[in-house]
Design a binder for this molecule. Structure first.
Ligand SMILES: [Zn+2]
Length: 91
């Protein structure tokens, strides 16, 4: 089975609006950086959300066995939209 593209799968999904770095609220229309993982049972799932100031555009230490991705997006009323992949642990 082909794994869906993270940008397509994550576009429009619900996410929290508190930055994991500085705890500030992310408001509708703000740029955001999201870290997500893929496991077969769940598909792509948002794990962390950062504001534009805190967001890193590279994956840090890899997580065992997970397909990981960093995407840039716009936070919009509890969802991420306009998702673009900026780094991914697997090709
Ligand atoms: Zn922040």
């Amino acid at each position: 089975m082909t794994r869906p593209s993270p940008a397509a799968a994550l576009n429009g999904v619900q996410c929290g609006n508190v930055c994991s770095g500085c705890n500030r609220g992310i408001r509708t229309g703000d740029k955001t950086v999201v870290y997500a993982t893929y496991y077969d049972a769940e598909g792509w799932v948002v794990r962390r959300v950062w504001c534009d100031d805190c967001g890193s555009t590279t994956i840090g230490l890899p997580t065992d066995g997970a397909d990981e991705v960093i995407v840039e997006a716009v936070y919009w009323s509890g969802r991420v939209v306009g998702v673009k992949t900026v780094d991914r642990s697997r090709p």
